[in-house]
Design a protein around this ligand. Structure first.
Ligand code: ADP
Ligand code: ZN
Ligand code: ZN
Length: 803
């Protein structure tokens, strides 16, 4: 038998399966989706078996045998193997990259495999017992005959033994030492045989008699019995107890937020949406639904109800949420409803925790995963529904290879499994809404809030007028008044500050110099905690200067993060207010995000002040006021999606207010009140914005009317990067049809990162049958030739941000 193996070497000529012979020893054990070790040139590398076959086209003597099994059963299902093929093609990545992105990072670390005996009495095969020689843990490689492997497989199945991985890294499985105390008669016999001088030993045995037959964690036992580890060790040697390492899962921290009541009746809109989605589920149709529901309309309830039905039919569900900010409240709602059947996978988990959650899914111990982008690869095999909440979020796009969009992967998996996808948002991506308008997606609308509450009133405050009247504060008079009222009424306020425009930097007040990164074309960011300046692109760090490097003035000022500044101002204006600040600085520590939210939900603060991370998901009954301190900061980005992002953000934050019994009010402070994204966010209606924005996109030739491909070049030498970019542009122009437009090459918005000059080419097209072929040919040039000259080239077929 032969195995087709994709080896872990990302290089152009190697991007295909290689044939290996399956040695007799492993025959019958190797299956697609397992990892193996194979010789590759002079090295031994990890490979993924993608197929097993009876014949190979290569001559017998040319085929090397594979050397080792890494997994004992397939870690990638046939579906995921198939998906990796499509993913590699679609994103122009190596197949090996597509395979690796589906697995938790901990699985790529160095490891060793062991056989761990779980039930010694269940092992009866003489060969197997001989191999164990009384040990309860031996390296997997000891099972070195077909008979042993066969027995091993049977024991794994029955649970008598486990094959586990010792990852040579901190992310190994977490284990505790359990001490199993033998039965009382044996202990009593032992006690009699101990000499009178062995006081401590006698003491422990006596204690053990009181706990005969129990399994106790080693640390607890030592503490309870009041003896040292040496005494315990001696008694274990004398047969008073067995010790065993037991695997425990690291439970990711889930803070229990205030319980959300389970609504007894769905609204008619919710009911219709649930019915439509379940109809597709029962009919095994891979319909993509766009659930367009205003904030507070009960989208989450629709997800919960449909999943309930999917689970009752024995099937599984993936729920994607854009980022950690959403997770605490979202996960606690899912855990409330589905209990232990839920696995959580988000970016704040450690590699080890992610690995644990992944294994819970792989072992079919859970049926629902709630997670960020990569949870779309959850190894479920009976998928019944996939949900993307806040589907417009840019975090669903991976910026590294393979540059996939979770929405596309979701639709692929739904198609494979014959199940529906639900894309939910109050402010759908323009692309999605356009597809729904054309009938590619099925549109479901929730136009009313679930409890019939009115949407909050939105007031636009013109900050230019404030300035003219001499108000230099970050707070307009009307917003300050509104906050005061809330403090008096003991209601809660959320203040939102868009971080970008306010990110902290160092500015000389005499000459206007900002401190730049020496390696990149970007200002350094001030970090108060370390008193350092840091570059977010290359990681360069330096001390804060005391004098301006340009003019030697001492009037150099650090602008702390906008939130810090706002916090100081709130303290001055409202000294009695209890404020919680939520930004990158206060949430760096693990779990701190959830803890802050919990405090706020318990009413331990009056004002929650924060960045993007508080824009979404918050659902607390006592919030009646939302203030947006500066709405313009996203508006002026050099990004064709700037207006869309601003509208989305304002709608999202406004939606935090008045979601329950108390009415809500919103103040949006801006320097450009006449911009349509701001005007229309006041009305909080999506369609008029959609039409305005579509006509502007049409006029300027942007998505969804045109597709865009971004090709990025970088090189240490400016001349070379220009040269290659021009070569590539010519090549594209020759290969593509004349209707496609090639813009550039031009210097990128950030023209130098990490001492590498950056150029880019954009391709705009409507229909381009030769696109994939031409891009692949370009990549081939790059991978075989240009790369050797130090060029880096990346192709992004649907860029979300271009910097
Ligand atoms: P969305 O996800 O659309 O913003 P949520 O699902 O969070 O909305 O619902 C908003 C609030 O309304 C939540 O507190 C939720 O418990 C409540 N809710 C949802 N559906 C109903 C319903 N049918 N009846 C009463 N309350 C509901
Ligand atoms: Zn200066
Ligand atoms: Zn830098």
């Amino acid at each position: 038998m032969f195995a087709e193996v994709i080896v872990d070497v990302a290089a152009y000529p190697i991007d295909r399966p290689f044939d290996y012979k399956i040695p007799e020893l492993f025959e019958g054990f190797v299956e697609p989706g397992m990892r193996v070790k194979v010789p590759f040139g002079p090295r031994k590398v990890v490979g993924y078996v993608v197929d097993v076959k009876g014949e190979s086209e290569l001559a017998e003597n040319k085929i090397k045998p594979l050397e080792e099994l890494i997994d004992f059963d397939a870690i990638l299902s046939p579906e995921l193997l198939e998906l990796s093929k499509w993913l590699a093609e679609d994103t122009l990545a190596y197949r090996i990259e597509a395979l690796q992105v589906m697995l938790p990072a901990a699985m790529r670390a160095k490891y060793e495999k062991f056989i761990q005996v779980e039930q010694l009495d269940a092992i009866t095969e003489p060969d197997f017992l001989t191999m164990l020689k009384g040990r309860d843990r031996v390296p997997l490689k000891y099972a070195d005959s077909p008979i042993l492997l066969k027995q091993l497989k049977a024991y794994v199945k029955s649970g008598a033994v486990q094959v586990d991985t010792l990852v040579k890294q901190q992310t190994a499985m977490k284990k505790v030492r359990m001490i199993h105390i033998v039965k009382a008669p044996i202990l009593e016999e032992l006690l009699n045989s101990l000499s009178k001088q062995a006081v401590k030993q006698r003491e422990l045995v006596t204690w053990m008699i009181g706990h005969a037959g129990e399994s106790i964690e080693a640390g607890k036992l030592l503490k309870d019995a009041g003896v040292s580890a040496t005494v315990l060790k001696t008694l274990i040697d004398k047969g008073a107890a067995h010790e065993k390492k037991v695997e425990v899962y690291r439970e990711p921290e889930v803070v229990q937020l205030r319980e959300t009541a389970v609504p007894t009746r769905l609204t008619s809109y919710q009911q219709y949406a649930v019915d439509e989605v379940l109809h597709a589920f029962h009919k095994k149709q891979d319909t993509t639904f766009l659930l367009h529901g205003i904030t507070g309309s009960g989208k989450t309830e629709v997800y919960l109800r449909t999943i309930e039905e999917v689970l009752s039919k024995g099937q599984e569900a993936i729920v994607l949420v854009p980022e950690i900010s959403l997770t605490p409240q979202m996960t606690s709602r899912f855990k409330e409803r589905f209990g232990d059947q839920v696995a959580v996978m988000h970016s704040a988990l450690s590699a080890g925790e992610k690995y644990d959650e992944w294994r819970r899914i792989h072992r079919k111990e859970v049926k629902v995963v709630v997670g960020a982008r990569s949870a779309i690869f959850a190894p479920f095999e009976k998928l019944g529904i996939i949900i993307l909440d806040e589907e417009h979020e840019s975090t669903y796009k991976q910026e590294d290879l393979p540059r996939y969009h979770a929405r596309d992967v979701a639709i692929w998996r739904a198609n494979y499994n014959g199940c529906p996808v639900v894309l939910g948002s109050a402010t759908p991506a323009l692309e999605s809404y356009a597809r729904a308008s054309k009938g590619v997606y099925q549109l479901l609308e929730l136009p009313k809030r679930a409890k019939e509450q009115a949407l909050p009133t939105v007031n636009i405050v013109d900050m230019r007028a404030e300035l003219q009247e001499g108000n230099r504060s970050m707070f307009s008079v009307s917003l300050a008044e509104a906050i005061r009222e809330r403090l008096d009424r003991h209601e809660q306020t959320v203040l939102f500050l868009n971080k970008r425009g306010f990110s902290s930097f160092v500015l000389c007040r005499d000459c206007g110099t900002t401190i730049q990164c020496p390696n990149c074309d970007i200002s350094l960011t001030y970090h108060r905690a370390t008193e350092n300046l840091k570059c977010h692109y290359c990681g360069h760090e330096e001390r804060v200067p005391t004098i301006c490097p340009e003019c030697e003035s001492e009037h150099i000022r650090f602008f702390g993060t906008g939130t810090q500044k706002a916090e100081e101002e709130i303290a001055k204006l409202f000294p009695e207010a209890r404020v919680l600040r939520m930004d990158v600085d206060t949430t760096r520590q693990k779990g701190s995000h959830a803890r802050l939210l919990q405090k706020f939900s318990e009413g331990q603060a009056d004002i929650l002040l924060g960045t993007q991370m508080i824009a979404k998901g918050l659902d607390f009954p006592n919030i009646t006021l939302v203030g947006v301190l500066a709405a313009d900061t996203t508006l002026h980005l050099a990004d064709f999606r700037a207006a869309e992002k601003t509208f989305q953000l304002l709608t999202q934050v406004s939606g935090r207010a008045g979601r329950h019994d108390l009415a809500g009010e919103v103040f949006v402070q801006t320097y450009t009140p006449e911009h349509y994204a701001i005007e229309l966010a006041k009305a909080q209606v999506y369609e008029p914005f959609y039409h305005m924005e579509m006509s502007s996109r049409k006029q300027f030739g942007y998505p969804p009317f045109f597709y865009i491909v971004n090709i990025q070049f970088s090189h240490e030498e400016l001349m070379k990067v220009v040269d290659y970019a021009e070569k590539a542009a010519r090549f594209l122009a020759e290969g593509l049809s004349p209707e496609s437009v090639i813009i550039g090459p031009t210097a990128s918005a950030i023209s130098r990162v990490n001492n590498r000059y950056r150029y880019q080419c954009l391709i705009k097209y409507k229909k381009e049958p030769k696109l994939t072929e031409t891009l692949q040919a370009l990549i081939r040039f790059y991978r075989t030739d240009w790369i050797k000259d130090g060029l880096q080239l990346s192709v992004d077929k649907s860029p979300v941000v271009i910097y």
